[in-house]
Design a protein around this ligand. Sequence first.
Ligand SMILES: Nc1ncnc2c1ncn2[C@@H]1O[C@H](COP(=O)(O)OP(=O)(O)OP(=O)(O)O)[C@@H](O)[C@H]1O
Length: 273
Amino acid sequence: MRSSAAKVQRFSLVETNVPEEKKILIHSISKEYRTKTGSFLALDNVSIHVCQNEFVSLVGPSGCGKSTLLRILAGLEEATSGTISVSGHEIEGPGADRGMVFQSYTLFPWLTVRENIEFGLSLKKVPPKQRKEVSDRYLELVSLVPFADSYPKELSGGMKQRVAIARALANSPEVLLMDEPFAALDAQTKSEMQELLLDIWEKEKTTVVFITHDIEEAIFLSQRLYVMQSHPGRIELEVQIPDELRRKKHVKDSEAFIRLKREIISLLQKKKG
Ligand SMILES: Nc1ncnc2c1ncn2[C@@H]1O[C@H](COP(=O)(O)OP(=O)(O)OP(=O)(O)O)[C@@H](O)[C@H]1O
């Protein structure tokens, strides 16, 4: 079998000529925080792209700036320098074109599952009949039809994240931004959620940016991943994941999967050392 090392390349700067299929273009983003003890460079000249309908992960150790980058992409935080465009439009703040799913459960506790899913549509004054059609569809997609009238406190962690995914998708975002959405789940539920997410991604043809510190999760889910390093937060590697290493049952135990995981880890260690 061909060595997966060939797939691991050094990151090269994004070209300035934007081909149409590039849905998200992050160009030379830096983020400096002012703290009591001085300034702190959380992101240093980060440039990445995500194509239409692509599943891309950002993976890296705690503190390398993954969440900061995603929050900037979501428009929840401002970069110190650099630009981000989605569908060719430079972002200036949060927008309905970007749906977010966070690690912590962010459902509204006073709303039922269905009301949580319909929340964004209610804000947009979508009529009840239409809202119900949308929530029916997404309840089905995340297998929560019997729980439509339950409240978040009656759900398990995995179920809450399924509602969060349905809620984000119900607003028809152009891109789905996910910040370690399965990090708080037990191993079995996490694995089920990964498979469910891939099913949803294939059915919905969504563009996904997924953050995780788990290299195995990133390889399993992504078509492409960017590996980040800290001090300062930066992109260290870009890895194209061969199709045969994705989404098949038990692939995580396969020799090729384990080899790629080891290669990524060892490349990162070499760069550190
Ligand atoms: N508001 C802030 N003020 C100062 N420093 C911050 C602020 N937010 C984040 N940082 C720092 O920026 C760095 C990157 O943080 P960030 O949360 O983006 O990392 P991360 O890779 O997502 O980590 P984790 O996986 O632990 O969530 C960290 O060193 C963090 O302490």
